[in-house]
Structure formats: structure tokens, C-alpha cells
Design a protein around this ligand. Structure first.
Ligand code: ADP
Ligand code: 5GP
Length: 197
């Protein structure tokens, strides 16, 4: 059976990474797609695990060779989803999560209408700011930029299939798991048993 293509977006600091890690721990069939990016690795990030860290020239080559399912400029850098691994994993029946921005999510929906788009919302902008500050990975300037960009991203909510507010982590994980279960009941994922004519 073909796997489910799940796209998760939302403002920086809302908890996408935390939610995706929890989903991968709790559901065996789920795999997180590894994106390519031109941004330099942060402390503790490994090439091929968190991202494929590539040069701007290599990124342009990936675009030219149609190796990316989607790509976008986010903040100062380029990010894209390598198409090959996603296609292979879905054909193997694995459920694939793309943790990507709004621009990329809408490209995926156009190319693969069966993809399920989930937008993760913060309980409030004040809580989003608290989470960004508590994470401690961004400069003051980056925090201000990310909060400003968050307001623009929130305007894309009506284009998504689902919205999940990440207030309590376990409650948000449970909602995403419920979406996965419901989506897998759609007729496109139904394989007719031998006994049905
Ligand atoms: P993103 O991947 O969306 O940028 P992260 O997963 O890095 O966000 O989460 C940002 C911060 O918020 C982290 O410190 C994380 O531990 C925290 N966080 C995530 N979900 C919740 C939640 N439901 N309640 C409180 N803090 C959370
Ligand atoms: P970060 O640099 O903090 O890891 O990610 C910054 C932003 O880039 C996040 O909003 C993240 O969802 C987005 N992003 C990560 N990978 C991709 C990708 O492959 N494509 C697109 N369009 N956005 C991505």
C-alpha cells in the first residue's frame, strides 16, 4: 500500500521539530524527509541527518536537473525537498513527513494533490516569542524577523487541510495521529480484498 505524504508547516519556534520527533518515535511507518539547504549547519547538526548542506551552486544544479519536489527561499537561504527519496519511500508504503515552509507546501499540493497539509499554530504570538527565546538558538534580530514573518505565514492557514494548535505537546501529537488515521481511511489508500468483486 502506498504511504501518506504529510506536510507540516508553521512559524519558526511553534514546535514543528518537537512534534515531528514525537511522531517518528510513536509511529513506526513514519519517516522524516531530509531537505537540502544552502544555510550553514548549526552546532550539533549533521550532514545527511538534519539536512543535506549544499553550496548555492549545487542547489541551483538540483533545481536545473529537476531533483527537487519543491524548493523555496526562506529567510536568507534556499531549502528544498529531494524528490528521489520521497518517491521511493512512499512506494515502499512508508508515511513521509515534509517539514517545510508555506511556499514549499503549496508547491507540493499542486504537484501531489493527495498530500495532506497540516499547519501548526501557536496558542498565541506571545507564547511563540517565549518558545523562540527559551530555545536559545536565534539572535534578537532573528527572533524579531521570525515573529514578523509568522504573521504573514498565518495568513496561509485557509490553504491547508488541517490546523493544529500546539498548546500541549501530547494533545497536539494526538491530533496529528488522528489526522493520519482518518486520511488512511480515504478510498485512494484502499486495496480491494480478493473476496470483493
Ligand atoms: P520549530 O521546529 O517549529 O522551529 P521547535 O520544535 O524547535 O520549533 O520548538 C521550539 C521550542 O518550543 C523548543 O524549545 C521546544 O522544546 C518548545 N516547545 C515545543 N512544543 C511545545 C509545547 N507544546 N509547549 C511548550 N513548549 C514547546
Ligand atoms: P531552519 O533553518 O530553522 O531549520 O528552517 C527554516 C525554515 O525552513 C522552516 O520554516 C522550515 O520549515 C523550512 N524548511 C526546511 N526545509 C525545507 C524544505 O525542504 N523546503 C522548504 N520549502 N522549506 C523548508
Amino acid at each position: 500500500m502506498r504511504g501518506l505524504l504529510l506536510v507540516i508547516s508553521g512559524p519558526s519556534g511553534v514546535g514543528k521539530g518537537t512534534l515531528c520527533q514525537a511522531l517518528c518515535r510513536q509511529i513506526d511507518s513514519i519517516v522524516l524527509s531530509v531537505s537540502a539547504t544552502t544555510r550553514p549547519p548549526r552546532a550539533g547538526e549533521e550532514d545527511g541527518v538534519h539536512y543535506f548542506f549544499v553550496s548555492p551552486e549545487r542547489f541551483q544544479e538540483m533545481i536545473a536537473r529537476d531533483e527537487l519536489l519543491e524548493w523555496a527561499q526562506v529567510y536568507q537561504d534556499y531549502y528544498g525537498t529531494p524528490r528521489g527519496p520521497v518517491t521511493r519511500l512512499l512506494a515502499d508504503g512508508r508515511d513521509v513527513i515534509l517539514e517545510i515552509d508555506v511556499q514549499g507546501a503549496l508547491q507540493v499540493k499542486e504537484k501531489a494533490p493527495e498530500a495532506v497539509l497540516i499547519f501548526i499554530c501557536p496558542p498565541s504570538v506571545a507564547e511563540l516569542e517565549r518558545r523562540l527565546r527559551r530555545r536559545g538558538t536565534d539572535s534578537e534580530e532573528q527572533i524579531v524577523n521570525r515573529l514578523e514573518w509568522a504573521r504573514t505565514e498565518l495568513e496561509a492557514v485557509p490553504k491547508y487541510d488541517y490546523v493544529v494548535v500546539n498548546d500541549h505537546l501530547e494533545a497536539a501529537v494526538a491530533k496529528i495521529k488522528a489526522i493520519i488515521v482518518a486520511e488512511k481511511c480515504r478510498p485512494i489508500y484502499f486495496t480491494k480484498p480478493d473476496c470483493v468483486v
